[in-house]
Design a binder for this molecule. Structure first.
Ligand code: ATP
Ligand code: MG
Length: 210
């Protein structure tokens, strides 16, 4: 029998973000999505120049990439891609998804986002095309009511029906913004992110200035 016939369709999770720095909020969301949606792998993709960020000084992409590597290397189901940081110009998610769609033609692709980022889906360039290529997993994030939003989106954009999934994760009120502010103020960040990442960012002298 042709082995391809029985070949299981692979399910790939994609976790995009600035990761400046990566923290346990990202990692918990990715791990819960992996288990709940039976993903074979979750690929973390640090952004190059993020089009939506109004912060003027996002840390160097190489440093952010390195921190993601350090944070994910102990999980066999987690991988890191330099796809966006190697590309010139601002990163638009739709471009990345086109590349991933071509790279993994047989995979089911799931884009994992926090509920705040999910709220922005419909402000993205070519959101309809995005929805035709990939499904979404919106992870509950403290302060963002994604459930009501989801109902509204499904009502206003029927084409998204069945393509946006809601995921309850143990609420972690951790954000990169808060971690950067803590470093600047000399407050502790230990236990908010993996220890190798903390040691790395301290060694690099990241976030000491605004
Ligand atoms: P910043 O404060 O700089 O915006 P961030 O903590 O929001 O950083 P991002 O790199 O912007 O981190 O986020 C990447 C993805 O991870 C987004 O989809 C975001 O919603 C999600 N995310 C971030 N923190 C959490 C969290 N605590 N729980 C669930 N999802 C999260
Ligand atoms: Mg953010």
């Amino acid at each position: 029998m042709d082995s391809d016939v029985n070949k299981k369709l692979n399910r790939l999770g994609i976790m995009g973000g600035t990761f400046d720095p990566i923290h346990y909020g990202h990692l918990v969301a990715a791990e819960m999505a992996r288990a709940e949606f039976k993903l074979d792998e979750v690929l973390f993709i640090p952004t190059g120049k993020p089009p939506h960020k109004d912060r003027r000084d996002v840390s160097d992409a190489k440093l952010r990439y390195e921190m993601v590597k350090l944070a994910t290397e102990d999980n066999l189901a987690f991988g890191v891609s330099s796809l966006e940081i190697e590309r010139e110009g601002p990163s638009y998610t739709v471009e990345t998804l086109r590349v991933l769609r071509r790279t993994y033609p047989e995979h089911e692709l799931y884009f994992i986002t926090g509920s705040d980022a999910l709220l922005e889906i419909f402000s993205w360039r070519e959101s309809e095309e995005i929805l035709s290529m990939i499904e979404f997993i919106g992870a509950a994030r403290p302060g963002f009511d994604a459930k009501d939003f989801l109902l509204k989106v499904q009502h206003e954009h029927p084409e998204s029906q069945g393509k946006i999934h809601y995921l309850e994760v143990p609420a972690l009120a951790i954000s990169s913004t808060d971690i950067r502010a803590r470093v600047r103020r000399g407050e502790p960040i230990r236990y908010l992110l993996p220890e190798p990442v903390r040691l790395y960012l301290e060694k690099q002298g990241l976030y000491l200035e605004t």
